[in-house]
Write a protein that binds this ligand. Structure first.
Ligand code: AMP
Length: 190
C-alpha cells in the first residue's frame, strides 16, 4: 500500500494536488475537512457540533476526526492506498493513525510538506473564499486563527514524521503542474 500524508498550512494547495494525485496513483483521498463539511451539509449531530468550531477557525476534537478516519479505512478495505489531506493535524492524531495502520499491517509511506509563506496563504484563502462558499475562507480574522492553530498544534506533526525519516518538504509556490511534478518525483521513490 502507498499511504501519503500531504501536509501544509491552510491554502498550501493540498486539495488541488490531492485531486491530481488520486487520479495518477489510483489512491483514495481522505480529507477530514471535506468529510466534516459533508457532515454539515447532511445536518448530522456531528456536523452541527463541528461547524461551531470550524466557523471559529479552531480544530475539532481529536477523537472526532480519528473516529472518522477509522471508519473510512474500514470502508475502503480494497484500496491501493490513501492520501491523507488535512489529517493528522496534531501529534495525537498522528500517533492514532500509526496505530490504526499498524493494526491493518500497513504504515505511512511518507509525508510531503508543501511550504508556502503566511502572506501568500492569506491571499490565496481570501481569493478561494470568493467562490468556495466556505465561511472560514471569507474572513481575514478567521484565516489568521486557522494559521495560528496550524503553527501551534499542527506544525509539530512534521517533526513526528521527520523523526521517522519520512518527511520531504517541497516548495508550494509555482504553477500547479510544477508543484505536481515535484510531488510525483517523491511519490515515485516510495
Ligand atoms: P480544511 O478543509 O482542512 O481546511 O479544514 C477545515 C476545518 O475543519 C479546520 O479549520 C478544522 O476546524 C476542521 N478540521 C479539518 N481537519 C481536521 C483535523 N484533522 N483535526 C481537527 N480539525 C480538523
Amino acid at each position: 500500500m502507498l499511504n501519503l500524508v500531504l501536509f501544509g498550512p491552510p491554502g498550501a494547495g493540498k486539495g488541488t494536488q490531492s485531486e491530481k494525485l488520486i487520479e495518477k496513483y489510483q489512491l483514495v483521498h481522505l480529507s477530514t475537512g471535506d468529510i466534516l463539511r459533508s457532515e454539515i451539509s447532511n445536518g448530522t449531530a456531528l456536523g452541527l457540533e463541528a461547524k461551531k468550531l470550524m466557523d471559529q477557525g479552531v480544530l475539532v476534537p481529536d477523537e472526532v476526526v480519528i473516529g472518522m478516519i477509522s471508519n473510512k479505512l474500514d470502508a475502503n478495505k480494497d484500496a491501493r492506498g490513501f492520501i491523507f489531506d488535512g489529517f493528522p493535524r496534531t501529534v495525537a492524531q498522528a500517533e492514532a493513525l500509526d496505530s490504526l495502520l499498524t493494526s491493518k499491517s500497513s504504515a505511512i509511506s511518507g509525508m510531503i510538506a508543501l511550504v508556502v509563506e503566511p502572506v501568500e496563504l492569506e491571499k490565496r484563502l481570501l481569493l478561494r473564499g470568493k467562490d468556495s462558499g466556505r465561511p472560514d475562507d471569507a474572513n481575514p480574522e478567521i484565516i489568521r486563527k486557522r494559521i495560528s492553530e496550524y503553527n501551534s498544534k499542527t506544525a509539530p506533526v512534521a517533526n513526528y514524521y521527520k523523526d521517522q525519516n519520512k518527511l520531504t518538504s517541497i516548495n508550494g509556490i509555482g504553477s500547479i503542474d510544477e508543484i505536481f511534478s515535484s510531488i510525483c518525483a517523491v511519490m515515485d521513490t516510495y
